[in-house]
Design a protein around this ligand. Sequence first.
Ligand code: HEC
Ligand code: HEC
Length: 205
Amino acid sequence: MRISVIKRKIVNVVLLNIAFASAHLYADSALYKPCAVCHGDKAEGNAALSAPRLAGQNAAYITEQLHNFRSGKRGIHADDVLGQMMAESVKKINDQDIQRLGVFLAKLPEEKVDSTEGDIQRGRQIYADNCLACHGVDGRGVTPLYTANLRILSAAYIERQLEAYRNGWRGDHEWGTTRSKGMRAIVSQLKDESEIADLLAYLTH
Ligand code: HEC
Ligand code: HEC
């Protein structure tokens, strides 16, 4: 084969790969379309609907949560209206699409959240003593542990989820997962509201 023919073949393969990659990306953003109503066009979240930011969340965490919503391990408690609303949205999604949504959303850029008032130094210490082992040194989660990136979440959303664990909306003894039950046990160790306020100040600073 002449060099020029080989070159042309290589160029063709490269072009074909680029075409495949962008077709995939487009398909994945189309997959996200029905979610944008609540989570925002850029997956930035919507405070009015209490829908969290998903852009920059960890893929492993997103996919596990979508499986949990779909299989009735989250968003199932009678009083958890928002969770139920979310669970309804993923009832018909298949495993492959869940996987692709996780990868797609994790690649979208993170953004700094609004900071809240509190004692950041005390919050840092509470975080180091109670949360760091699983959510990582920087609070961005640890993939093999399926933990969330806490740095992209608004203080209001985090507070509501800590409350959800405390109420047993997440981590219920009957239908919760081992991991959500573990997270529920941790929340019960937090002493008072001032600890949560300082934790939030640290996580959002
Ligand atoms: C009708 C509004 C609505 C739609 C549509 C919707 N969501 Fe949600 N989603 C929510 C709300 C509200 C929550 C927070 C639930 C809670 O408080 O537990 C949520 C939570 C989540 C979470 C958990 C995030 C976390 O930090 O724990 C993921 C992941 C998620 N949604 C992904 C999706 C995807 C992907 C789609 C589209 C297939 C979608 N959502 C469609 C409202 C919606
Ligand atoms: C033993 C490991 C572990 C420790 C320690 C831990 N977490 Fe978690 N955390 C998890 C796991 C796993 C999940 C996901 C559980 C689930 O599926 O509900 C989670 C979920 C969360 C969520 C929900 C995130 C979302 O996007 O909805 C918040 C908020 C959270 N943790 C905050 C904390 C804080 C604050 C601390 C310290 C006080 C802490 N965690 C300590 C493992 C841990």
